[in-house]
Design a protein around this ligand. Structure first.
Ligand code: AMP
Ligand code: MG
Length: 330
């Protein structure tokens, strides 16, 4: 299959709509990462997404809709506090998990009774979703377990020959996947951290918990149990306090003749040779926006990435750290 990479124009939107209506898949930009979309109402269209990505068949997908879409078509028994969340954060990088009305294919949620719904704020994503006016199931547009794509070129590197069309909207501004928050209970529960932090949700609703998977328990968000976001080179991760250990590790790898890059926050960059540094940036938003692009650059150019955790841990950094730790997990 030939894969076309096109800027978002009335013509490319028309082509995207034709592909989606005929059951095909289209990659498109959002404010978090690039998504691989298909008609959420069609079993075959949804199944193809799992096939293209090599995604485990028990890891449910998020449905994307435009900001005027009637959500009551998709979900039911919505808790009263959800309205305040929608007003505060939508459209934007917050996915809410509701009781499903069963209007989309059961393959979207892998048989769960719930449905994850997101309203992206990215202008191009909104344009596409409004133009097709249907629920689009879309995970990140990468091969499963690889680093998520934040440019159309990243999507092309993973999916060329597997999808007919990639809509190019430039680099994603957010850089990490949406916050996933379960709103089926009396208190919102963050299942996956992201650009909307637990603290931000708390400030609107008054309370919010973060779910942690306990040993022996079935995951409430099945995606949590999989290896994720991994570059194709070796990685080593050091806590922020272990800077000296990271420096030793870097030196040993260089002395062995391998190419080693250091991935770290801006504040510690100057301790390493500048042509070997992948600079995450100065604050949590810069670090979120830069992380996946730097991991992909690292895997292209280095044998090993030595990563050092940034000092800050809370707020949006919780999401960045979660991705960084999974990317570097054994
Ligand atoms: P991705 O599409 O790769 O961004 O991953 C979507 C994330 O949302 C995964 O971590 C899924 O486990 C999670 N998710 C999707 N649907 C549901 C659902 N119905 N209940 C809980 N988690 C969900
Ligand atoms: Mg993904």
């Amino acid at each position: 299959m030939q894969t076309l990479l096109k800027k978002i124009t009335p013509q490319s939107l028309k082509e995207a709509k034709e592909i989606l209506l005929s059951g095909g898949a289209v990659a498109f930009p959002t404010e978090t990462v690039y998504g691989l979309g298909a008609d959420a109402r069609s079993d075959d269209a949804v199944e193809q997404i799992f096939r293209i990505k090599g995604r485990p068949s028990d890891n449910p997908l998020i449905v994307h809709v435009h900001s005027d879409y009637d959500l009551s078509v998709l979900v039911k028994n919505v808790k009263p506090y959800v309205q305040a969340l929608r007003e505060a954060f939508l459209p934007g990088p917050l996915t809410l998990v509701y009781e499903s009305r069963g209007t989309v294919s059961p393959k979207v949620s892998c048989g769960l009774e719930t449905l994850a719904v997101r309203v992206p704020s990215h202008a191009g994503a909104q344009e596409l979703l409004r133009y097709v006016d249907m629920p689009i199931a879309a995970p990140s547009a990468n091969i499963s377990k690889h680093v998520s794509p934040v440019t159309a070129e990243h999507v092309y590197a993973d999916l060329a020959g597997k999808v007919p069309l990639i809509l190019d909207g430039g680099q994603c501004s957010g850089g990490i996947e949406s916050t996933v928050c379960d709103v089926t209970g009396d208190i919102p529960v963050v299942l996956r951290s992201g650009l909307i932090s637990q603290e931000m949700i708390e400030s609107v609703v008054g309370c919010c918990e973060t779910y942690t998977l306990r040993a022996g328990e079935a995951a409430r968000s099945p995606g949590m149990k999989y290896k994720h976001y991994s570059p194709r080179c070796r990685t080593k991760l050091f806590p922020s306090e272990a800077l000296a250990d990271a420096e030793n590790c870097f030196r040993e790898i260089v002395e062995s003749g391998e190419t080693c890059y250091i991935l770290c926050e801006n504040a510690v960059c100057e301790r390493f040779p500048s042509d070997r540094v992948l600079d995450l940036g100065k604050n949590e938003f810069e670090m979120a926006a830069n992380l996946y692009d730097l991991l992909r650059r690292g895997e292209r150019e280095a044998d090993v990435i030595v990563a050092i955790e940034p000092a800050k841990k809370d707020g949006v950094m919780a999401g960045v750290l979660n991705r960084l730790r999974k990317a570097c997990a054994e």
